[in-house]
Design a protein around this ligand. Structure first.
Ligand SMILES: [Zn+2]
Length: 304
């Protein structure tokens, strides 16, 4: 039995998995801006799930950030967690070890274990929604990286930029032209507004494009070229078998056909040869549930 927890900025969700089967699911509000209350809420939620799972169940937690080598949380947009020994404090209160990983890594783990990338050796699991993050799974294991930031492609610069894409929009990280400023949902909305003066949600732009609206079609084509360039640079480094898309933008159907048709323009190949790429671009199977499921899968079968 495995317990998986997704600690989000507004909700904490928890599940009990028996193999791939979900036995229980609970959801509570996150006590924002209060570390001690967040800790107490996590302990209460896990204790509740243990009534279904039993006290021996493994516990995995996905957080919007990572645990630094110091054992303290870093890079969390839930800023009240930053600098706190979350893993240590939870283990002390629960009386058992817990594993904590970045939420994008949990997403990728879920899809690699029993989702859209099942059976693939190397998986790049992308979340494109309000932000742009990713996790890397190699043969069933999270590749966390020496600094805990493996997969953070959203804050690389958009590769092979056109003149109109330089220097690019300012990013909250302090740089300009980050991939996230183009590919996130707010990035797509802002790009459409810069060209048309009209503010629309990503799904409204996508459905206007489906109806043949010329400005929306042009916006979607710019978006697809940018995602193709950004993913081509990932293919050149990681060469994954499968790229899984999750988050709000993953619901746009046209991406799955158009982007793989475009990305070979930027994937390395000797001059004149068209690369015959095996990398597949697929939509997440578990949707919003990937976070909690992947957290549960942080423990291997031999340990659960
Ligand atoms: Zn940035």
């Amino acid at each position: 039995m495995r317990i998986g927890i997704d600690l989000g900025g507004t909700k904490i969700e928890g599940i009990v998995l028996d193999g791939s089967r979900e036995l229980a699911r609970l959801r509570i509000d996150t006590p924002r801006d209060d570390y001690d209350a967040t800790l107490a809420a996590l302990v209460a939620l896990i204790t509740n799930l243990q009534q279904t799972a039993g006290a021996a169940a493994t516990i995995g937690i996905g957080i919007p950030g990572t645990i630094a080598t110091t054992g303290l949380v870093k890079n969390a947009n839930s800023t009240w967690l930053i600098g706190r020994p979350l893993q240590h404090d939870l283990a002390a209160r629960l009386g058992r070890n817990v594993r904590i990983a970045n939420d994008a890594n949990c997403f990728a783990m879920s899809e690699a274990t029993d989702g859209a990338a099942i059976g693939a050796d190397v998986v790049f699991g992308v979340i494109v929604g309000t932000g742009t993050g990713a996790g890397i799974i190699v043969r069933g294991q999270v590749l966390a990286g020496a600094n805990g930031i493996a997969g953070e492609w959203g804050h690389n610069a958009l590769p092979w930029p056109d003149d109109g894409e330089r220097p690019g929009p300012p990013c909250y990280c302090g740089k300009s032209g980050c991939i996230e400023t183009f590919l996130s949902g707010p990035g797509l909305t802002a790009d459409h507004e810069r060209r048309t003066g009209v503010q629309m949600l990503p799904r409204e732009i996508a459905s206007a494009a489906d109806r043949g609206d010329r400005a929306a079609v042009a916006t979607m084509e710019r978006y697809e070229h940018r995602m193709a360039k950004a993913l081509a640079s990932v293919i050149n480094v990681l060469d994954p078998d499968v790229i899984v898309l999750g988050g709000g933008m993953s619901n746009i159907d046209r991406l799955y056909g158009n982007i793989p048709r475009l990305w070979s323009q930027w994937v390395f190949a000797a001059t004149g040869s068209a690369p015959d790429l095996r990398t597949r671009l697929v939509r997440a199977r578990h949707g919003d549930a990937s976070g909690v499921r992947g957290a549960a899968w942080l423990w291997e079968a031999s340990e659960a």
